[in-house]
Design a protein around this ligand. Sequence first.
Ligand SMILES: Cc1cc2nc3c(=O)[nH]c(=O)nc-3n(C[C@H](O)[C@H](O)[C@H](O)COP(=O)(O)OP(=O)(O)OC[C@H]3O[C@@H](n4cnc5c(N)ncnc54)[C@H](O)[C@@H]3O)c2cc1C
Length: 613
Amino acid sequence: APAEPVRVPRHATVVNHRALFSNYTFIIAGGGIAGLTLADRLTEDPNVSVLVIEAGPLDPGLDGILVPGAYAPYYYFWPNLASVPQAGLNNRTSGAITAQVVGGGSTINAMVYLRGDVDDYNAWGALGNPGWSWQNMLPYFKKAETFTAPDAAFAATANISWDDSVRGHSGPVQYSYPNYFYPGSANWWNAANEIGLPAVEDPLAGSKQGVFWIPSALDASTMTRSHAGRNHYERVKDSRPNYHLLTSNVVAKVLFRGKTAIGVCYLPTSADGSTACPSNVYANKEVILAAGGFGTPKILQLSGVGPKKHLKKFGISHVVDLPGVGQNLQDQPTLAVSYTFTANKVPNYGSLLTNATYNAEQRALYDSSHQGAYTLISSLSSNIGVVSLQKATSSYQQIIAAAKARNPADSLPADVDPTVLKGYKAQREAILKQFASDSIGVGTVHWGTADEALVYHLKPLSRGTVNINSANPMANPLIDFRTGTDPADVAVYTALFRKNRELFAAPSMQALGPTEAAPFGAGLTTDEQIAAVMRDQINPSNAHQCCTAAMMPRALGGVVSSEQKVYGVQGLRVGDISAWPFQLSGAPMATVYASAERLADLIKKEHCLAGAC
Ligand SMILES: Cc1cc2nc3c(=O)[nH]c(=O)nc-3n(C[C@H](O)[C@H](O)[C@H](O)COP(=O)(O)OP(=O)(O)OC[C@H]3O[C@@H](n4cnc5c(N)ncnc54)[C@H](O)[C@@H]3O)c2cc1C
C-alpha cells in the first residue's frame, strides 16, 4: 500500500472515512496546535498530501469557544480523564483536563499567549539538543503570529506596553489584548509595584520578571478566539486539496514494517475499542504524533514503542525498548486563594455572574462594537505577575541547597530506568540553575478581581508518569502527576503563596479591605502550616501536561532527537508538547505553535519540499 501514488481530490475538506485516500505523504495523529500547524505548513507544497486524524469534532463556532467572556471550555474536555490518588497531595485524585476537538488546547484554553524565557530554550539546547536556543526560536515565534496593537490611547491609560521588534506581524495566529480592565486591576497592579514587581516592557522579549498585561490569542478584527482550527485549517482549507482532516477518529497505533513507520490504524471515537484497528491508512514519508502530552505517549506505548517491561504486561510486543516514553510528566500546578473584601470595586469579573443588568449591557456592547468586559476571558483579569525564586523569598539559597542535597532518585518512581534517572539529574541541575537566576520565573501571581487569587507553579521538580493501563486504544491511560513529591516544590510553592500574601498586604490592595479566607487565613503563619493546607488545595494540573516523550539523548532517557525523530525507528516523529524536556517559565501555547513551525521547516528541508533545498 505505501507505494501507491497519492490521488488528490478537487476540494480539501473534512473527509469522512470513505473519502480517505489509502495513502498520504504524511499522516499526523492529533489535530491540535502542533498537528494543524504542521499540516498547514507541509501542505504549502501541492505535491504533498497530509491526513490529520483528530479524535474530536470541529467546533461549529459556539459562543463559549469564540467569545472570551462567555468562555465554556468543558464542551470539549477529553471524557473521564482523572489522575490516580496523589501521594504528595494527601492522596486526593484530580481531574486531568485536555482537549478533544479540532484545534486541541487552543480551542478551549484560556487564551494566555506567552513565550518562555531566554534560558528555557537555551537550557533545552544544553541538554543535548543542538539547534535549540532562544535565538533559534525567536524567528519562529514571529513567523507563527500576527500581533495587533491595542488602541494607543487605551494602551497609555491601561499601562499596556510592548516591543514591536520581538512581535510577529504576518503569521496565522492572531493575538492582541482585551480592550477593557476591571477597576480593581489597577489596585492589584499598583500593589505589585509596591512590593517590588515592576512593570515589564514586553513579556514576550525573553524575560518577564514583574507585572504585565496578558497577551491573548484574540483576533482583534472580531475580538474572538484565534484557535488552530481557524488559523491553521479553516484559513487554508479551500485552497488546499492536499490537506485532509478526519475528525472524531482516534489513532490507535502506528503501523511498522520492521522498524519503519508506514502508517496508522484508527477507529471512530465512539467505538468501544474491542475490535482494534478496523482501518489502516499509510504514509509514504512520515507519521507524526501530535496527540498532546497524554495522547502521544499512549499511542507510542500501544504501538510497541516504550518501556518493554510495561508493554509486556499488556501483551504488546515491543518494536523498540524506549524506557522514557510516558515518564517525565510535568504540569504547572495551580492554587486558588480565596478572599473576602470590605471595599472591593465593582464591576469585577464576578459582576458578569451576579449582576444580570451589567451582564446584558456588556454583552450588548460586545455584540455591537467588540468592546468591554466580554473581551476578557472570564475568570482571568487583564494582568499577571511573574516571580523568580529570588523575588519570591530571601531564603532561596536554602531551598536550592536543600534540593541539591537530595538524592534525585528519591524524586522518581522506585522502578525508574537508569537512563531516565540520568536525564532527570541533568534536568534538575538546569532547573536549579534557573532557581538561582533573577531572570527566570518559578511562578505567577494573579487576581481575577473578585473573590480568588491564583498562584501558579511554573517550574516543578516533581515528575509523574502517564502509562497505558490496557491494550484497548479507547481506554484512558493511568495518569500520575506525582505533584508535591519533591519537597523543593512545596518550599517553592510556599514562597509563592507568601508573595501573593505580601501583595495583598500592600497599600493599594489594602485599600480594598481584603481578608484571606479559609482554609487559608491569617492564623496560618509558619511555612509548615501553610504547606499542610496547600497539600489539600493544590490542583496538580493547569492542563499544561508535557514532556512525556522528551527530546534528550537516548542515554538520558530521551525519546526523540533534537529533530524530534523517535529513537530506534524510522519515519516517526513527535511534533507536540510531549517532546519538551521540561516546563517553561510561561504558558505553553505560543511555544507549541512556534516549535511546530520550526519542525515543519526541518521536515521540508529533509524531504526537499516546497523548494526548501
Ligand atoms: C482548559 C485549558 C486551558 C489552557 N489554558 C492555556 C492558556 O491560557 N495558555 C496556554 O499557553 N496554554 C493553555 N493550555 C495548554 C495548551 O492549550 C496546550 O499546552 C497545547 O494545546 C498543547 O498543544 P499540543 O499540540 O501539544 O496538543 P493539543 O493542542 O492538546 O492537541 C492534541 C490533539 O490530539 C487529539 N488526540 C489525542 N489523542 C489522539 C488520538 N489517539 N488520535 C487522534 N487524536 C488524538 C486531541 O483530541 C487534541 O485535539 C490550556 C489547556 C486547556 C485544556
